[in-house]
Design a binder for this molecule. Structure first.
Ligand code: AMP
Ligand code: MG
Length: 352
């Protein structure tokens, strides 16, 4: 199958109509959103949705997020509540996904057999217009091959899915660069299953009871059931071994300079550190305090690390609160929880 890429804005109506025709006839279309690129199918069509799993190589027990173009459309597919509408008023359209009890019209392929469905109303104008024109809810996970970092531009989608899908809508690079914040709601309690650009503090303006699921920061125990199936997968992993350096106990520059001499490694450093390191395989993440830019750059840098062909990658251990929690959650899983808190823990890296 030939994969065609079209540059689009919300006003590219001919192309968006073409895309909606494909979606309504059961095909898959990749499209931009403000978080990452999505791989869309008609959410009412179980067969099309199962093709998403095939194209991505996604485990069939990891459910999809259903995208709608206005918060009220949730009524067609789920049982809503007051708190849903309070959240919608504050954060929709935007990078927030809410899990609600599903209605029968949503096929089990979308929810991987769960009784709940994940719902999001994207703010990106191309995504929103595409859903509106298609006149159906669109089930869409991130448009990467499973296990790869999520795509933040059309090229990433093409690199992973060329030949497997008919169309990619290219709306430029993603505004936020990490996937949406996923939450469940029960009575007045909000639980964050996956952190994103809508933070715990922001959700705190809508409900006093906001908690973070343990699997966001820690590894799931073997006997523990994931609240969100996606939590149990490694995800986002570069081919090289990624190590996170706790710079409270290790001198980052001294340690990574040494590793640059000993190993074929890349270093994800702050912009301020570029001149302190050897100019070899550096992946600057942004300024130390610029968490928004670091978030936006994250997946592109993890993909670049693979292009460099290095054996190891070193990066700062991100803070695990506020806006930085989304980066922490992705990095801790990308490194398979390899966090270095002392130099002795790491005797010469891959050679030691
Ligand atoms: P992706 O669309 O690739 O960003 O992944 C969607 C995320 O939402 C995964 O982590 C899923 O496990 C999670 N998710 C989707 N539907 C549900 C649901 N009904 N209950 C809990 N988590 C869900
Ligand atoms: Mg994904």
């Amino acid at each position: 199958m030939e994969t065609k890429i079209f540059k689009v804005t919300k006003d590219s109506l001919d192309i968006l109509r073409e895309a909606s025709k494909l979606l309504n006839s059961g095909e898959l279309v990749a499209f931009p959103t403000e978080t990452v690129y999505g791989l869309g199918a008609n959410a009412y069509d179980g067969k099309s949705c199962s093709n998403i799993f095939l194209a991505k190589g996604r485990p069939s027990d990891n459910p999809l997020i259903v995208h709608i173009s206005s918060p009220e459309q949730a009524e067609n597919i789920a049982y809503t509540c007051d708190l849903y509408y309070k959240l919608a008023k504050a954060f929709m359209p935007g990078p927030l996904t809410v899990i609600l009890p599903k209605k029968d019209i949503i096929p089990s392929e979308v929810t991987a057999g769960l009784a709940t469905v994940a719902i999001r109303c994207p703010k990106n104008e191309v995504a929103n217009k595409l859903i509106e024109i298609s006149n159906i809810p669109i089930a869409a996970p991130s448009a990467n091959a499973s296990g790869k970092p999520s795509p933040t531009c059309a090229k990433h989608v093409y690199d992973d899915l060329n030949g497997k899908i008919p169309m990619i809508l290219d709306g430029g690079s993603s505004e936020f660069g990490v996937e949406s914040t996923v939450i469940t709601i029960k009575n007045d309690v909000i639980t964050i299953l996956r952190p994103g650009s809508i933070t715990k503090e922001m959700l705190g303006h809508v409900s006093k009871n906001v908690q973070i699921a343990p699997a966001v920061k820690e590894e799931l125990r073997a006997d523990e059931q994931a609240l969100s199936p996606g939590m149990k997968y490694k995800h986002y992993a570069p081919n090289a071994s990624l190590y996170l350096i706790d710079d409270k106990s290790i001198d980052f520059i001294k340690f990574t300079s040494k590793m640059q001499r000993l190993e074929n490694c890349a270093v994800m450093c702050y912009d301020e550190e570029i001149n302190l390191l050897e100019n070899k395989n550096l992946l600057p993440v942004g300024k130390e305090k610029d968490i928004k830019k670091q978030t936006k750059n994250l997946f592109n840098l993890l993909r670049s690390a693979d292009d460099l062909g290095v054996d190891t990658v070193y990066a700062h251990l991100p803070k695990d609160d506020g806006e930085s929690l989304a980066i922490y959650n992705r990095m801790i899983r990308a490194c398979a929880h390899r966090v270095l808190t002392s130099e002795e823990q790491h005797k010469g890296g891959t050679n030691g």
